[in-house]
Ligand binder design. Structure first.
Ligand code: MG
Length: 255
């Protein structure tokens, strides 16, 4: 992997792709309700991406070390599933569930990546707090993602904000994005201020905190993709693709 500093032309394309992705994921999130299957959400996301003339980034993507390509456009991770849950017709969302929706789009050859965790119907106060704090952890991370800072500043800001209230998943992290769906640098959700890769204007990174109500430990399911909390506690995940500038990062996956 490599770090790519994006040209102004690439940034324009990523802005358009990110806007499309933000719009699509918002539409998919609005479809979430008790009784819908995660496969229906995947089909809807796929259809919306195709309608715009773009390509889903995750479908048939084969991460390093995997022998099977990912079989869907959307990742749907329910309750104790953290990330990379595979949509299925047999997984029917029910009142009180939470579901992470993670989607990547390839617009004119360039990639953006975005995730939200949403409530299915009415959820418990404790689960709503998990969603609120995870979303806020992302905002805190984005705030720290300024040119001249380092990836350690992002991780440190998130870790300090979470302040042991939740388990921060350590094995998975944010990442550079744009030319490829996963590029350098790694952007961990914990760390030391001032350490790690320096953020330079023109870098595009995905920041994606994953917080567990219980411990930070994870386990991988037999499908080779779905990652769950080891203790079965619920987990939330929010992600934006952002452009590093001299000042505040620009969120690309919004509309
Ligand atoms: Mg990502």
């Amino acid at each position: 992997m490599a770090i790519y500093i994006k040209t102004s032309e690439q940034i324009e394309t990523l802005r358009e792709g990110g806007k499309r992705l933000g719009t699509i994921l918002n539409k998919v999130a609005k479809k979430v309700k008790p009784g819908i299957s995660t496969l229906e959400l995947d089909r809807y996301a796929h259809e919306l991406i195709k309608e715009g003339g773009d390509k889903p980034a995750f479908l048939n993507y084969r991460p390093d070390g995997h022998h099977k390509p990912y079989p869907a456009s959307l990742c749907t991770s329910v309750n104790s599933e953290i990330v990379h849950g595979i949509p299925k017709g047999s997984v029917i969302l029910k009142e009180g569930d939470i579901v992470s929706l993670d989607l990547g789009v390839n617009h004119k050859g360039l990639f953006t990546d975005h995730a939200v965790t949403v409530a299915v119907g009415k959820i418990s106060k404790r689960d709503q707090e998990l969603l609120d704090i995870t979303k806020e952890a992302l905002e805190v991370g984005i705030w720290a993602a300024r040119g001249g800072n380092t990836v350690g500043d992002i991780g440190n800001a998130i870790e300090s904000f979470v302040h042991k209230r939740y388990g921060i998943v350590k094995e998975l992290s944010g990442h550079g994005v744009g030319v490829e769906i996963h590029e350098d640098p790694y952007v961990p959700n914990y760390g030391k201020a001032g350490k790690g890769t320096k953020l330079v204007p023109g870098m595009v990174i995905a920041i994606e905190p994953m917080l567990n109500i219980g411990s930070a430990h994870i386990t991988v399911m037999d499908d080779g993709y779905t990652i769950k909390t080891a203790d079965g506690s619920k987990s939330a995940h929010f992600e934006h693709t952002v452009l590093i500038t001299k000042g505040d990062a620009e969120i690309l996956t919004t509309f």
